[in-house]
Design a protein around this ligand. Structure first.
Ligand SMILES: [Zn+2]
Ligand SMILES: [Zn+2]
Length: 119
């Protein structure tokens, strides 16, 4: 289990906007949070749903390029490079977002991922 608290994930989702209605209020279906690393996020504005992936250990193991990418993400707060990946969401077909924590100052922020467009 990832051990990520549902409440914390919901709060951090508020840092991004819904792909459909641009609202920034989201909820996690807590039933989906009980089994496995894939949760279901719902926009409270338009009820659009999207996957929230919380099993980052598995993700990093199967995507060997990601750790290199994480080292190149700069923190907007202290401008140091290098972050930890906490969870990621797929907001739409073309928009995948990483939720990361700065290794230096522990500032938490979302980072748009462009990696998947290379495939
Ligand atoms: Zn919405
Ligand atoms: Zn920082």
């Amino acid at each position: 289990m990832s051990g990520l608290p549902v409440k914390q994930v919901e709060e951090r989702l508020g840092q991004v906007k819904c792909a459909i209605c641009k609202s920034n209020r989201f909820g996690i279906d807590s039933r989906t949070a009980q089994d496995g690393g894939e949760w279901k996020g719902t926009c409270l504005g338009c009820y659009y749903t999207f996957p929230v992936h919380t099993d980052m250990e598995f993700y990093l193991r199967t995507q060997p390029d990601i750790p290199y990418h994480l080292r190149e993400i700069g923190c907007p707060h202290c401008e140091t490079y290098g972050v930890d990946l906490d969870f990621r969401i797929v907001m739409s077909v073309r928009e995948s977002i990483y939720f990361v924590t700065c290794k230096a100052c522990h500032h938490q922020f979302p980072e748009q991922s462009s990696l998947e467009s290379f495939e």
